[in-house]
Design a protein around this ligand. Structure first.
Ligand code: DC
Length: 229
């Protein structure tokens, strides 16, 4: 069967990774969570003291980029690939609200984006890939055969993220999570380099009131249409 590239973009906590994982599993495609890569660089910057609440040493982070090695490694128990930074799994460390609060600033840096986009394009060379992020359909794979743009109301998204963090035992307030979602929406859509926007040929899905199954079935139909065309 013909293998294609599926690009999934959208605001934070719209369920992009849930959909991407379902599709990758069903189609036996590779799934790449590009947000994890931006989070990994952010975690590196935090670990080395290059970023904190009122401080960001962009230059030193840029100079350190050649020494940052990122790779994904499939974990059969989890059913998806974990993010590794310099050969150490940081899958749990990158999912905190603290990393979320800095990641949009790091993702604004053009040198960071150039490094990650190059690696993402390399991973997608052979097709048979589902990649999610903010610039996949516009910058990473502008020729992707299927582009999905996911939206949902900020309240719905903040509730999803809050429930996720709470389930992991995090001590967070709904207000903090909501503000983080709103701040990231703003920075992600207003940055100079590769701002989040819907590609002209992307199909928009507002999943505020869709179940996971309804959404998955709708997109699978789109995949079949493209593959059989
Ligand atoms: O998908 P996520 O919430 O884990 O992504 C974290 C941040 O990384 C998000 O706020 C913006 C940034 N990002 C990006 O700029 N480009 C991508 N392709 C993926 C994520």
């Amino acid at each position: 069967m013909k293998k294609i590239t599926i690009a999934i973009d959208g605001f934070s906590s719209t369920g992009k990774s849930t959909l991407a994982k379902q599709l990758a599993k069903h189609l036996e495609y590779v799934y790449v969570d590009t947000g994890a890569m931006y989070r990994a660089i952010t975690f590196f910057a935090m670990q080395n003291g290059y970023i904190s609440i009122d401080f960001f040493d962009k230059e030193t982070l840029i100079n350190s980029l050649p020494f940052i090695k990122l790779h994904f490694e499939y974990n059969a128990a989890l059913g998806f690939a974990e993010m590794y930074l310099n050969d150490i799994s940081i899958e749990n460390e990158i999912r905190t609200l603290e990393v979320s609060s800095f990641v949009s600033l790091v993702a604004e840096v053009s040198e960071v984006r150039a490094k990650l986009v190059e690696q993402q394009q390399e991973m997608g060379k052979g097709k048979g890939i589902v990649m999610d992020g903010r610039d996949i359909g516009t910058v990473v794979f502008p020729d992707a055969e299927l582009k999905i743009f996911m939206t949902a109301s900020p309240e719905t998204r903040a509730h999803r993220r809050y429930d996720e963090l709470k389930a992991k035992g995090a001590d967070v307030s709904f207000e903090d999570v909501f503000n983080n979602v709103a701040d990231r929406d703003y920075i992600d859509t207003h940055r100079d380099d590769s701002p989040l926007r819907k590609a002209d040929d992307a199909i928009e899905i507002d999943n505020s009131y869709l179940t996971r199954e309804e959404q998955f079935n709708a997109v699978l139909e789109m995949v079949n249409e493209v593959v059989n065309s």
